[in-house]
Design a protein around this ligand. Structure first.
Ligand SMILES: Nc1ncnc2c1ncn2[C@@H]1O[C@H](COP(=O)(O)OS(=O)(=O)O)[C@@H](OP(=O)(O)O)[C@H]1O
Length: 290
């Protein structure tokens, strides 16, 4: 049910491959090569990682890997070594920073140490979202995949309240919403100043304000502006535009969530509240979560 979950999006080719970046004839061709990332979006899964990567990719100083690489969290990939990893990266110019996103890194036990061993100056981006909403979003994706494969599925209430009224806290999607637990492992290896936390809720409602913080954290020149975002009524989300090109995230983003029992939602909020408080203390800010 869980595992790597490479999901639909990793199979979809990047049809919208930053077309406005292609015509830079002043830069000599030998400067263009694949480089290891200087920044990684480590998660959280269903937090808005794809939106963050695509918005970042609008910036001319950013070269983004289109597919999730799963290098530091999947043994089979990690064994292939850094040479393989760099081959998964886009061609970039020295004036650009390379960015990859793999949401599975955040909850991986080994990723923090491995990334630190590769580059202890790595700039980490973590996008978070209300843990209950994230859980429902995660469940929605799992449900979608199971239905698509004609596999049996259960309602979230059945999964989470399996033992009568006790919450099944061992459910993987529950575990992934325990942000403080996972962040603690990253802070063993990286100073807080190297981890920028993006508010996934704000990124949905006001993408530009969140992206300005991200530009600043990455040391990029301020570039993104209001013209890069337009609200798409049909999609119900902001979509992106640059130099005449427009792009919305694919249909695996913004799927309708199933209705979840109110009592269960209350139970979940109560369960996560202590973990959320710990997370707020660790990152030095609060979020308007349930
Ligand atoms: N602009 C825009 N367009 C579409 N979707 C947006 C956008 N900004 C944020 N989001 C939210 O991103 C959620 C998916 O998160 P991820 O991309 O991290 O998912 S994944 O882990 O890579 O599968 C996805 O969650 P769901 O709504 O539950 O599908 C969206 O709420």
């Amino acid at each position: 049910m869980c595992g790597i979950n490479t999901e639909e999006e990793t199979k979809i080719p990047w049809g919208w491959k930053a077309p406005w970046k292609r015509n830079n004839t002043q830069i000599s061709s030998e400067d263009w090569k694949q480089r290891l990332p200087q920044s990684i979006i480590i998660g959280v899964r269903k937090g808005g990682t794809r939106a963050l990567l695509e918005m970042l990719s609008l910036h001319p100083q950013v070269a983004a890997a289109h597919s999730e690489v799963h290098f530091f969290n999947v043994e089979e990939n990690y064994r292939k070594g850094l040479g393989w990893y760099s081959q998964q990266m886009p061609i970039s110019h020295p004036t650009q920073i390379t960015v990859e996103k793999t949401p599975g890194y955040f909850s991986s036990l080994k990723a923090p140490e491995r990334i630190h061993a590769m580059d202890n100056s790595m700039k980490l981006l973590l996008i978070v979202r209300d843990p209950v909403e994230r859980l429902v979003s995660d469940y929605t994706q799992i449900l979608h995949n199971r239905k698509a494969r004609h596999k049996p599925y259960q309602a979230l209430e059945q999964i989470l309240l399996r033992q009568g009224q006790e919450l099944n806290t061992r459910y993987k999607a529950m575990q992934r919403s325990l942000y403080a637990l996972h962040l603690a492992r990253w802070l063993e290896f990286f100073p807080r100043s190297q981890i920028h936390v993006v508010d996934g809720g704000t990124l949905i409602r006001e993408p530009l304000s969140e992206m300005r913080h991200v530009e600043h954290f990455l040391g990029l020149e301020p570039y993104l502006g209001p013209d890069n975002f337009y609200f798409n009524q049909t999609k119900g989300f902001y979509c992106l535009q640059a130099k005449g090109y427009q792009h919305c995230l694919d249909q695996s983003k913004g799927r309708p969530h199933p209705t979840v029992d109110e009592v269960l939602l209350e139970q979940l909020c109560t369960y996560f509240s202590e973990h959320n408080e710990n997370f707020f203390a660790m990152v030095g800010r609060t979020f308007n979560w349930c």
